[in-house]
Design a protein around this ligand. Sequence first.
Ligand SMILES: *Cc1c(COP(=O)(O)O)cnc(C)c1O
Length: 428
Amino acid sequence: MQYTRSSALFAHAEKVIPGGVNSPVRAFGAVGGTPIFIKKAYGPYLIDEDDNQYIDYINSWGPMILGHAYQPVVDAVIEKTKLGTSFGTPTEVETQIAELAVSMVPNIDKIRFVNSGTEACMSAVRLARGFTGKDKIIKFAGCYHGHSDSFLIQAGSGAVTFGSPNSPGVTAGTAKDTLLARFNDLNNVRELIEANPNEIACIIMEPVAGNMGCIPPKPNFLQGLRDLCTKHNILLIFDEVMTGFRLAKGGVQQLYGIKADLVCFGKVIGGGLPVGAFAAREEIMNHLAPIGPVYQAGTLSGNPLAMAAGLAMLQALNQDDEVYRRLEEKTAYLHVGMARVLDANKVVHTINRVGSMISVHFSETAVVDFQSAASGNNDTFKKFFHGMLNHGIYIAPSAFETWFITDALSYDDLDKTIAAVEAVAKTL
Ligand SMILES: *Cc1c(COP(=O)(O)O)cnc(C)c1O
């Protein structure tokens, strides 16, 4: 493949944008080479500035669960745009999407919309602190909750890929209130709680981790956390920015039957526009301004274009009783096919999968937490990434990312992907 125009555009971008990108994971820092500039996309395909076409497994890092340029979302945005793009007043569409989201997700009464997953998590933690009157939080190594200061402690994917687990600029004062636990290790969490009696406001987690590859919770891990939180008056925050509306209509709460106290959303809920949200039962949400004391605001929060896109996306998911089953079947098909050709070529690997999230680790051991995720062979991943790209398959340029399956993928696309894995496996 030729990347002439992408290379020229990147060289130009680097002069005026740090690293040439507006989000670090887009750079090819971990895999080498030059990022590819995409000019358009439809269904499961990306087309770059040199007119190369790819089957896309990034899907804008999650939102495009029904494929790119999904017609109902495109139409909704175009129609809203004609009426003006932002008013800074309440609009009806905000209530419509809120009502639909509350009806789809178990255990929430009210939801507030923000502009990104980062904002959702940051605000949910502030609310948890305000509600409980406690300061400390527990997060898990390898879980990502956006780039707000208190979360940049062993934050998975982007942060880890770039070798800065703890970012400079995060003060010691902030870092001391974030306690770090091992994913899937209930005893570790219990020890932290016992060592900090009456100080912990919340546990924030990706209930199915997706930012150190895909890592499912072990049986009883979520229920164990729920029980600990209830016992110690700690709020359990499910960061479902990645899993919300992706693994089930009601996300991980529905899939595993566990109740969280606060839930964060992003990605799918915005249909590809910048949206985040956080939600809880009424008693907690009523602590927010303007009715409660915890402040949180946003000039463009609940923006009509973003809400129209998100509403069209959620309506499509809500109306289709088969979509999550189809997604899981496609993902399982890919899993079986990839495992077969990797095994046949004696490539050491572990594949993890939940619903439409799947990740391939070039690792000998089971991948159950950050440490085991980090034990994968990064040189093999680099070769795999570039090999796949050359075969027209676009996966994330980091071994710590999950692949996202979109319903727009056909079985023919999946077969092509498996054939590409087979061809690349022979070169590893
Ligand atoms: C992507 C992501 C975020 C951050 O969302 P942004 O919209 O990038 O700010 C937070 N939590 C999880 C689990 C994510 O996957």
